[in-house]
Design a protein around this ligand. Sequence first.
Ligand code: SF4
Length: 476
Amino acid sequence: MSSERRKSSIKEISPIDVYMLLPKTNCKECGEENCMAYATKLVNHEVTLEQCAPLLKDENQKTYSELWEMLRPPIREVTIGSGERSIRVGGKHVMYRHEFTYANPTAIAIDITDEMTEQELLDRVQKTQQFEYEYIGSTLRLNMLAIRSVSGDPAKFADTVKKVVQNTRLPLVFCSFDPTILEAGLMAAPKERPLLYAATKDNWKEMAELALMYNCPLAIFAPNDLKLLRSLSKTLFAYGVEDLLLDPGTLPGAGFGDMISNLTMIRRAAAKKGDSIFGYPIIGTPITAWIQSADAQKKVAEWNEAWLAATLINRYADLLILHSVEGWVLLPNVVLRQNIYTDPRKPVAVDPGLRVIGEPNAGSPVMFTTNFALTYYTVASDIESAGIDSYLIVVDSEGIAVDCAVAGRKLTAEKVAEALKEAQVDTKVKHKKLIIPGKAARLSGEIEEASGWEVMVGPRDSSDIPRYLDEKWTKS
Ligand code: SF4
């Protein structure tokens, strides 16, 4: 890639702009029907430039570069780690998620210090790696480990790095303002390509040398000083370091207002005004709460860290360093992250079709719900946890919840009848009784007519299904 500073221009890209640069042969090698369909998907970032094989030929190199530049996000995408052990941060095209889907969910790193005992270190590595939460069909995880020098001893830091690398596949952040310490860590694990945290006004040159020598991304730390942050970003880029992250400071307490303003100004400048000097991922350090709450109780520090992390996820942070490994601190934040990083233009949907819950027999109840993911997982979980052996038909409502789908005609009697037929559930049970969601009650008559099944109107809330079945369903 060119080391020339990127141009500051934000533009609306239309599929036509992209189409005009494509080979326009409609050869379908990209898997799309024609070049226009591919151009539309490119603009929506649903396909990559590399999928158009003709574009990769030598004679099209200039066009490829033009397209690459046209589609490049204003917030640079930075890869931390190498190979399988890598994660991408940044790569955002917009300031707000409703404008376009956010790329690369905020990476969450848990810290390890070089003063921890081996057992403490291994416990934290394990807790970080094993943290998993199933949420609406996705597995939510933590992403990185941040190794902090607390001792100030390069040998100790190098030793800690070695132990961590031997026990994890997670990408790493090396944290110290002393280049000698980071160099010791890099020598202990020269191929890891960690994020180096951080360059300051005092050490930027030595940090830049390290980043270039070991091909590592580099974070810049300039707390509550955007002028300095700008100056360091400009200087480091000119020095040759292209993969940068920006830390304008995580400031709880009196600095909170400034923190929000700084984060907003950085992202607005990059995403709205094309300011390439601020066009880098943002790193936040909720772990600061532990320093600020040093004299307070552990619970206070955890609470402060939890809300700081949530604030930073909301305010554009692409990477966070946390200390707490408590579920009540982490869980709300990984769920918040998941909600912010889903595509706001597409309802979260599951595949329609028949689900068999438990071990149903010919007398088991048959129910249906829609394919809105949140509805489906709630209903299925309520039925499963109550131990109800049954058939659940998931009707395609284009990912819309029951009441909205009924109102918007996305859930109709015909669709329900069709789904019943496709599921061939009549070959599995000896009755013809269908329990419908209470919120679809107004379709009951139409469903009976369209399907020929007797309709029983179930509860409006799936948590009432067990009680409803106890009262209304005759077991056989
Ligand atoms: S591979 Fe390229 S040239 Fe062929 S149809 Fe797709 S976009 Fe057009």
